[in-house]
Design a protein around this ligand. Structure first.
Ligand code: T5A
Length: 208
């Protein structure tokens, strides 16, 4: 039996990542696990959660960036063992979010190269599906509750995502325009891409 495949769903806030990663998990069950980043239950994740939900809790932008990356490193060994065991791992956000949100803040020195450096060595996904909702994240329920959920910030991050995916992505990154699509329609779009991957799975690991 070969290794499991690493499948990432990316996008701006409220584009349906959680909805779709959970549906995909059900579809691939029992041969898959789901990990959502930030993983807010770990010691580092708890600090990130406080930063996102409590706007009066200040941290330097560089420090929170490094914590988001450290949160991925906290889980990478467990991701690797799951893949080695033949199970697929579905990720809800990962390195591309880490870089795009931080570069989107326009802090001197925090360019793409600086931002990706702490993630260097993490495993590359075998497939990345970047969900784009042209109607904007604010069209979806619950938007505005957390720190980065403002229309201005989402527009900046949207621009950065394009640059980041061009610079750090490869042919395994696909953009899915989900504007005006129902949850079932998006699920089908994702299933097609995942079925393609699973009919021709990767054996070797690649890294950022
Ligand atoms: N961040 C994250 C960084 O800055 N650096 C990093 O390294 C990482 C990993 C939290 C924040 O952290 C930042 C980015 C974020 O600002 P998060 O916890 O993933 O990251 O936060 P969100 O993206 O906001 O996650 P959400 O769970 O809130 O949004 P989802 O998962 O994209 O959307 P979802 O599935 O919860 O759907 C939102 C709403 O839309 C509806 C759903 O029912 C739900 O009500 N919906 C649809 N409605 C109509 N049509 C469809 N097709 C729909 N699909 C879903």
């Amino acid at each position: 039996m070969g290794r499991g495949q690493l499948i990432l769903i990316e996008g701006l806030d409220r584009t349906g990542k959680t909805t779709q990663t959970e549906l995909l998990l059900n579809n691939l069950s029992p041969n898959a696990e789901l990990i959502k980043f930030p993983q807010r239950q770990t010691p580092i994740g708890k600090i990130i959660d406080r930063y996102l939900t409590d706007k009066s809790y200040e941290l330097p932008d560089q420090a929170i960036h490094l914590l988001f990356s450290a949160n991925r490193w906290e889980l990478i060994d467990s991701i690797k063992s799951t893949l080695d065991s033949g199970k697929h791992v579905i990720l809800d956000r990962y390195v591309f979010s880490g870089v795009a949100y931080s570069v989107g803040k326009n802090i001197p020195g925090m360019d793409i190269h600086w931002c990706v450096s702490p993630d260097k060595g993490l495993m590359r996904p075998d497939l990345t599906l970047f969900l784009v909702n042209e109607m904007g994240s604010d069209s979806r329920a619950g938007f505005g509750e957390e720190r980065y959920e403002s229309v201005g910030m989402q527009q900046k991050v949207r621009k950065q995502f394009d640059l980041v995916l061009k610079e750090l992505g490869d042919a395994t990154v696909k953009t899915l325009n989900v504007t005006g699509k129902t949850i079932d329609e998006v699920e089908l779009m994702i299933r097609r891409q995942v079925d393609n991957l699973l009919s021709n799975p990767n054996e070797e690991y690649h890294h950022f």
